[in-house]
Design a protein around this ligand. Structure first.
Ligand SMILES: Cc1cc2nc3c(=O)[nH]c(=O)nc-3n(C[C@H](O)[C@H](O)[C@H](O)COP(=O)(O)OP(=O)(O)OC[C@H]3O[C@@H](n4cnc5c(N)ncnc54)[C@H](O)[C@@H]3O)c2cc1C
Length: 382
């Protein structure tokens, strides 16, 4: 039964991509982000980002009612990424931004937020990174101080997807110790509504359409009910969020790359130079073979890792391997596609040019490639 459910989610995502990518991509970033989320919500895909127990999709055995299914999310991201980076990012941010509430929030907080996230009524964001804390979250300096029954939040986050469009941020903040202490036991996560006095956002642009920016906290006051989990449990919660969603980055990378390969094949077959189609040149055909082989390997690595996560296994090695290989490979595949298009490959408005930009950040966020290698090396020598 679960395989059938997976196909239903995959088909829905494909339909949204085929029918609406052009419309979303023609809008400016803020309008595009909002429209993309409303489309994935209307197709009941945002429900994949919330456990069934709290208003999420019925998973038909893909994962427990208390969790989100990595395989379902991967299937949806693959199809959305084949069509539009904005559709893809607006789907996954609903999960990345709300999963800390799913696993660590109080029941009243879950009940008030998660069904609305699943329906696309609230836009979620996940705020870990700071100017001084990227790969090393032990450097987090944003501080939450207890003041009576409440908390006061001060600090700055950067590179936060959905900055300025989000309705709430799940924020990793320091509740004891000092930056550089490793973070274990001294960080705590909070759910911070974007309209809290003292919270502001400043957007900047990155290479691919993606709502992103800085989020600043200037004495923002929070109820203790907005705390996610025990004081000091924040690093574990943040890593659990990344552990559940990271493999879906690899699935999106494969979706972008699959589209680039499809574009390459069509172009090499239709473009004639020196009296024959480009595809008739053995070197270019070998290129397609290499792209296809690597991409299929990346797809299988994602299947393996996502299934292991859904079974509740630790799967650190499987996930890191899939993320590392798929994202690096997507850059390779998209770059070859640009080469196959010649000058058209770098012309704005030609799809492979956009795909080449779309895939670049995936090697950096949710653990850069070097960090995946560190995780793999640690697992292999454990
Ligand atoms: C498009 C985009 C969206 C993002 N969205 C979010 C978001 O929603 N929320 C959020 O919190 N963050 C987000 N980020 C931030 C992202 O998670 C960080 O950029 C990432 O963790 C890397 O941190 P950094 O940029 O500070 O790089 P650094 O940590 O400074 O690393 C720089 C380089 O050094 C390498 N490096 C670092 N440490 C080591 C080491 N020990 N050994 C070998 N190499 C090392 C890294 O791999 C990288 O190549 C986003 C980033 C981008 C680009």
């Amino acid at each position: 039964m679960s395989a059938a459910a997976l196909e239903v989610f995959r088909a829905r995502a494909r339909r949204v991509g085929e029918q609406h990518a052009a419309e979303v991509d023609a809008l400016d970033e803020t309008a595009g982000a909002r429209r993309a989320l409303s489309l994935v919500a209307e197709a009941n895909l945002a429900k994949l980002c919330v456990p069934e127990q709290w208003g999420g999709a019925h998973l038909d055995g893909l994962a427990s009612r208390k969790d989100v299914s990595c395989r379902a999310l991967c299937a949806a991201r693959y199809e959305l990424a084949r069509h539009s980076a904005m559709l893809d990012v607006m789907l996954v941010m609903q999960g990345l931004g709300s999963y800390a509430i799913s696993i660590a929030g109080s029941d009243p907080l879950r009940a008030s937020m998660l069904p609305r996230v699943a329906r696309g009524e609230l836009i979620a964001a996940f705020a870990l990174t700071e100017p001084g804390a990227g790969s090393d979250l032990g450097m987090v300096a944003t501080r939450a101080e207890r003041v009576g029954e409440r908390w006061k939040l001060n600090g700055a986050k950067t590179f936060i997807s959905n900055a300025g469009v989000a309705d709430f941020y799940t924020v990793l903040a320091r509740t004891s110790g000092a930056p550089g202490d490793g973070g274990k036991g001294s960080l705590t996560m909070f759910c911070v509504p974007a309209n809290t006095p003292g919270v502001s956002a400043q957007r900047f642009e990155v290479t691919s359409p993606h709502p992103i920016g800085d989020v600043l906290f200037d004495g923002a006051e929070l109820d203790d009910g907005q705390r996610l989990g025990e004081v000091g449990s924040g690093l574990d919660t943040a890593l659990a969020v990344l552990g559940r969603f990271r493999v879906s980055v690899a699935a999106a990378a494969n979706g972008f790359a699959r589209r680039a390969l499809e574009e390459s094949i069509a172009h090499l077959k239709s473009r004639t130079q020196f009296g024959k189609p480009l595809a008739a040149n053995q070197g270019l055909g070998f290129d397609l073979a290499e792209m296809d082989m690597r991409l299929r390997a990346a797809e299988l690595l994602v299947d393996e890792a996502a299934a292991a996560v859904d079974r509740g296994e630790r799967a650190v090695l499987e996930v890191a391997r899939a993320k590392l290989f798929a994202t690096e490979n997507a850059s390779y595949v998209c770059d070859r596609a640009v080469q196959h298009f010649g000058g058209l490959g770098v012309k704005r408005g030609v799809l492979v040019e956009r795909l080449w930009r779309d895939v670049r950040a995936l090697r950096i966020y949710e653990g850069a490639s070097e960090i995946q290698k560190l995780l793999m090396a640690r697992e292999l020598t454990r």
